[in-house]
Design a protein. Structure first.
Length: 110
C-alpha cells in the first residue's frame, strides 16, 4: 500500500496526505522535511522506550538544524538537541538518547 499522496498547489510547497490516516499537511523545504522527519522518528522511538521505563516523556522537545553543502547540493549534517523535562533522571535521559539513534530514519540516512 502507498504511504502518501503529494500534490503541488504552487508556491514551492507541497500538500501531503498520509493515506492510512487521511491526515493532510503542507510541507516546507524538502530538506527541512527530512530533518524534521528524523527528529519525529527519534521522539517516537523514545516514547516507546519511555513506556517501558515508566517515564513521562510529555514536554520533551528537540531542536533540529540542517546543514547544507553545495557541489553537490545536499544535506551534509543534521544536528539534534534533545531537551527533557526536569523530572526525567539523567540515567533515563541517556537511555532515551541512545534509543533515539536507533530509529529507522536515523538508520536510513548516511
Amino acid at each position: 500500500m502507498s504511504t502518501s499522496k503529494v500534490i503541488y498547489p504552487g508556491g514551492l510547497r507541497t500538500q501531503s496526505t498520509h493515506l492510512a490516516s487521511g491526515d493532510t499537511y503542507l510541507t516546507f523545504a524538502p530538506t527541512d522535511t527530512v530533518a524534521t522527519g528524523l527528529v519525529s522518528c527519534m521522539i517516537t522511538v523514545m516514547g516507546i522506550k519511555a513506556v517501558t521505563l515508566d517515564v513521562d516523556l510529555l514536554g520533551s522537545e528537540a531542536v533540529v538544524t540542517k546543514v547544507m553543502t553545495s557541489k553537490p547540493r545536499r544535506i551534509s549534517e543534521i544536528k539534534v538537541v534533545l531537551n527533557f523535562p526536569k523530572w526525567i533522571s539523567e540515567k533515563n535521559q541517556k537511555i532515551l538518547e541512545k534509543i533515539a539513534l536507533t530509529c529507522p530514519v536515523a538508520k536510513s540516512l548516511h
